[in-house]
Design a protein around this ligand. Structure first.
Ligand SMILES: CC(C)(COP(=O)(O)OP(=O)(O)OC[C@H]1O[C@@H](n2cnc3c(N)ncnc32)[C@H](O)[C@@H]1OP(=O)(O)O)[C@@H](O)C(=O)NCCC(=O)NCCS
Length: 168
């Protein structure tokens, strides 16, 4: 059974190697990567999954806003191939979202991912094409998790910095 803990700087090399393994060299061309290039990740929300004390998975969160509503973009999420199908990936996604929303500053967790993986965890599809990414995405893979059931229909507009709505 995996466990989850906060990442420390000592995990940086593991996470870099894991992301390279899981996503390959093409990861820098991904639209999600472009979002993280513009808006820094919140390292206090970086989590590591472990099995028997060995790091095996990682997830990051990027604070963003859409249409004046603050939230987070989840990703990359990756589990080492030797440790897949033990629940680490789902545990990381659920835990990081719970912790982030409990902080009370952001009210949604957006991601680009497979419906079959994320919808059983509580993510729902957004309005097709409503959220504008800084690059191409398959709009049917843009999913959101929120305690507010109306969030999926409310989110529209370009991805901006966390707090952008409050400042304008
Ligand atoms: C996707 C990933 C994080 C899953 O990690 P994991 O630790 O194996 O996940 P879990 O153990 O929590 O869940 C595994 C289950 O999800 C299923 N699953 C894995 N990827 C899936 C996908 N893309 N779509 C649907 N189901 C998927 C597995 O078949 C397995 O099903 P089972 O429990 O019925 O056997 C991992 O495969 C990975 O790192 N992949 C490469 C990077 C990636 O694609 N990340 C996600 C980006 S959105």
């Amino acid at each position: 059974m995996p466990t989850v803990r906060f990442a420390t700087p000592a995990d940086d090399q593991f996470v870099e190697d894991l992301q390279a393994l899981a996503f390959g060299p093409g990861r820098f061309a991904r639209t999600a990567f472009r979002v993280r290039e513009r808006f820094p990740i919140d390292t206090t929300l970086s989590l590591i999954a472990e099995v028997n004390g060995q790091a095996c998975g990682s997830v990051w969160m990027t604070p963003i806003s859409v249409g004046g509503i603050d939230g987070y973009m989840l990703g990359p999420l990756a589990t080492h191939p030797d440790f897949r199908k033990r629940g680490a990936g789902k545990m990381l996604a659920k835990e990081v979202s719970r912790i982030a929303l409990e902080r009370g500053k952001g009210s949604f967790v957006l991601l680009v991912g497979d419906r079959d993986y994320y919808c059983p965890l509580g993510w729902v599809p957004t309005q097709l094409g409503a959220i504008e990414f800084p690059g191409p995405v398959d709009p049917s893979r843009v999913l959101v998790y929120s305690n507010d059931p109306t969030m999926a229909v409310r989110l529209a507009g370009p991805i901006k910095a966390f707090g952008a709505g409050r400042r304008s």
